[in-house]
Design a protein around this ligand. Structure first.
Ligand code: IPE
Ligand code: IPE
Ligand code: MG
Length: 254
């Protein structure tokens, strides 16, 4: 069945959980003859805009890939500057998150982040934990392979302690040990800057996510760009291995 025959309710569907690989800060700066950190600074402004744009557009959870497990291998100065920006961002945003009822959560090995960042993260997560309408998830020192290794360790420990039976192995039982335990899977994954790779981001959780790639560099990404990605998502048919007719019987009968 052509997309045009889909039910209106589906065509206007808004993804509940959007995850974004924010890429292109360095190239944005280079194009202007600026140091890479200027691109990151501008990228933080985009984070502010997009956090509230996503909520305006009806998204319930927004996950932002802010620092990957592999990003530690960048030049020391850049890593230091990124951690400084992150701390500054958290310090400034705490009041905004409380005022606007944004819940902050994290995924990744946050225990390895600098003490100042950890302190602000803990304070913000604690101060916003009761909010239920909208959640911002920061992926910090995140990598899917590290996450899988950590989850395997947690799962094995549960088997050893007897709280998990080895024969009851299932995706659901394993997923309880992922950093994302309790979160819905992403519906839409966006990557900016024209790269079309996943870079170790939510590999297991995005098994049935829709992907949207845009050439726009992250500092230039706007609410209109987000709305365009969501509109594209709304035109797709998610089949989860079924046939189009099974997913949309009404359209098949037309
Ligand atoms: C994304 O921008 C930000 C982080 C990975 C922290 P980049 O810094 O990767 O920008 P490019 O890819 O070099 O342009
Ligand atoms: C992915 O971007 C990580 C984040 C956006 C935090 P990278 O720029 O690090 O990814 P690669 O190196 O191009 O794959
Ligand atoms: Mg990059």
């Amino acid at each position: 069945m052509p997309h045009a025959s889909k039910a209106p309710a589906e065509r206007t569907a808004v993804p509940r959980h959007v995850a974004i690989i924010m890429d292109g800060n360095g190239r944005w700066a280079r194009q202007r003859g600026l140091p890479r950190i200027e691109g990151h600074r501008r990228g933080v402004e985009t984070v502010r805009t997009v956090t509230f744009a996503a909520r305006d557009l009806g998204v319930k959870m927004l996950t932002l890939y802010a620092f990957s497990a592999e990003n530690w291998n960048r030049p020391k100065d850049e890593v230091g500057a990124l951690m400084g920006l992150l701390e500054l961002y958290l310090r400034k945003e705490l009041r905004t998150f409380v005022r606007d009822r944004v819940r902050l959560m994290t995924i990744g090995r946050t225990e390895d982040l600098p003490a100042g960042v950890r302190r602000h993260l803990a304070a913000t997560v604690e101060a916003t934990k009761a909010f239920t309408d909208y959640t911002l998830v920061l992926a910090l020192n995140y990598g899917s392979r590290t996450e899988a290794a950590d989850a395997a360790r947690g799962y094995a420990a549960a088997v050893c302690s007897g709280s998990q039976k080895l024969d009851d192995a299932s995706w659901e039982a394993f997923a309880r040990h992922l950093y994302t335990s309790g979160m819905p899977d992403p519906d839409l994954v966006i990557r900016t800057s024209g790269e079309t790779r996943v870079s170790n981001f939510l590999l297991l959780q995005a098994a049935y996510a829709e992907f949207f790639f845009t050439p726009v560099l992250w500092p230039d990404f706007t609410k209109a760009d987000l709305a365009a990605a969501i509109a594209d998502y709304a035109r797709r048919e998610r089949r989860y291995g079924l046939t189009s007719e099974q997913v949309n019987p009404a359209a098949a009968a037309e």
